[in-house]
Design a protein around this ligand. Structure first.
Ligand code: B12
Ligand code: SF4
Ligand code: SF4
Length: 293
């Protein structure tokens, strides 16, 4: 049997900024929201979102025998801005290292320490059980159920301590715990609607959220040509969007990340509009490919 207090200590010893655990189960209500989202085709050309529906809503379908979902987060808050006038790159794209790799190396270390303490049978030997943005699983929802924070009106997972510039990592474990974290059920947005007003395309006003209108989708995921109506919104945007995070009061007084790998890449941060202008198309694509990782 796992012990919540030890799991928290082990996650802290690895360096995670926050963590929690939830009992694995099928998320029936989320399944309804997700199927409504897919039926409305609000996922656009992200075909991967249409696959593995049952696994996405049920970790026990993803990893047979899974009993406990552990969620760990790292802050990537840069506390820094690009040079005025430079084409916009979101905070997550400005990190020194690929966040998928950073998160996975922390998760691997945590897995090792949990195995040493609780035994090898905690983790499935036949199924991948460690993820960050790499598997069909509702990461933000599990983070909320594990008590890390709430899903705000901007659709992001907001920790009252760390804000929303946080990456979410998941470990699926085949053991029960002595107790589980309390879900974060507080309505943290209350009467605030700053993000709804800040979103230039109306993506947040759609119910469910319309990813096809999100600048992040338009600049990172979209396969088809950019519809003319979004040209103004994506002008001078290279990669992603943070407008609904920038206005959020929960991101105002947050300290920059203490994780060197997720701090700002000074070379990219200090590039001026002219520096970008002087890059050849090939050089830009190379740099963008590196940001897209
Ligand atoms: C697809 C995807 C995108 C898409 C779609 C975004 C979206 N809102 O779904 C696009 C490309 C637009 C995108 C953008 C971004 N993303 Co993204 N994305 C994902 C991905 C791969 C899946 C998300 C998903 O399942 N969407 C499906 C829809 C239906 O989910 P939803 O709208 O949130 O609704 C769910 C719940 O909120 C809940 N729900 C909603 N309403 C209701 C109502 C009721 C009654 C109930 C019960 C439940 C419920 O049910 C739904 C299903 O659980 C996750 C990784 C993962 N595996 O989870 C990363 C992830 C969510 N993204 C992340 C990041 C960092 C971003 C960006 C900030 C990047 C950037 N700066 O450009 C932006 C933020 C845009 C935004 N406002 O959300 C982080 C989240 C960080 C955080 N603090 O929340 C994740 C977790 C990746 C990671 N591990 O770091 N992303
Ligand atoms: S990331 Fe940008 S476009 Fe997407 S919902 Fe937030 S403000 Fe709107
Ligand atoms: S800006 Fe306001 S409404 Fe939007 S997520 Fe933050 S607190 Fe909630």
């Amino acid at each position: 049997m796992l012990a919540l207090s030890r799991l928290v200590e082990l996650a802290q010893s690895v360096g995670f900024d926050s963590c929690g655990i939830a009992r694995a189960r099928r998320l029936d209500q989320d399944a309804l929201v997700l199927s409504r989202w897919l039926e409305a085709e609000h996922h656009g050309s992200m075909q991967y979102m249409t696959r593995d529906f049952e696994k996405r809503v049920n970790p026990q379908a993803l990893v047979p025998g899974c009993k406990t979902v552990m969620v760990c987060v790292l802050s990537y808050n840069k506390g820094r801005k690009q040079v005025e006038g430079a084409p916009f790159i979101s905070q997550s794209g400005l990190s020194k290292c690929d966040y998928h790799l950073v998160m996975k190396s922390y998760l691997h270390e945590l897995e090792n320490r949990i195995t040493r303490e609780f035994g090898e049978e905690v983790f499935s030997s036949s199924h991948q059980h460690l993820f960050c943005d790499s598997a069909p699983i509702l990461e933000r929802r599990w983070a909320q159920l594990a008590g890390i924070g709430a899903i705000g009106r901007n659709r992001q997972l907001i920790s009252p301590v760390l804000g929303s510039y946080i990456h979410i990592g998941i470990l699926l474990m085949n053991e029960e715990s002595d107790c589980y974290s309390l879900p974060f059920d507080e309505d943290i947005c209350r009467d605030c609607s700053l993000c709804l007003h800040a979103c230039p395309t109306g993506a947040l006003r759609a119910d469910p959220f319309d990813a096809r209108k999100c600048i992040s989708y338009l600049t990172i995921e979209r396969k088809e040509d950019l519809p003319a109506r979004y040209e103004k919104a994506v002008a001078n945007v290279l990669y992603g969007c943070d407008r609904c995070a920038e206005v959020c009061p929960y991101n105002m007084l947050i300290e920059p990340t203490t994780h060197e790998e997720l701090s700002a890449d000074e070379n990219v941060l200090n590039m001026t509009a002219d520096d970008w202008e002087n890059l050849s198309r090939r050089q830009k694509l190379k740099l963008l490919h590196r940001l897209a990782k």
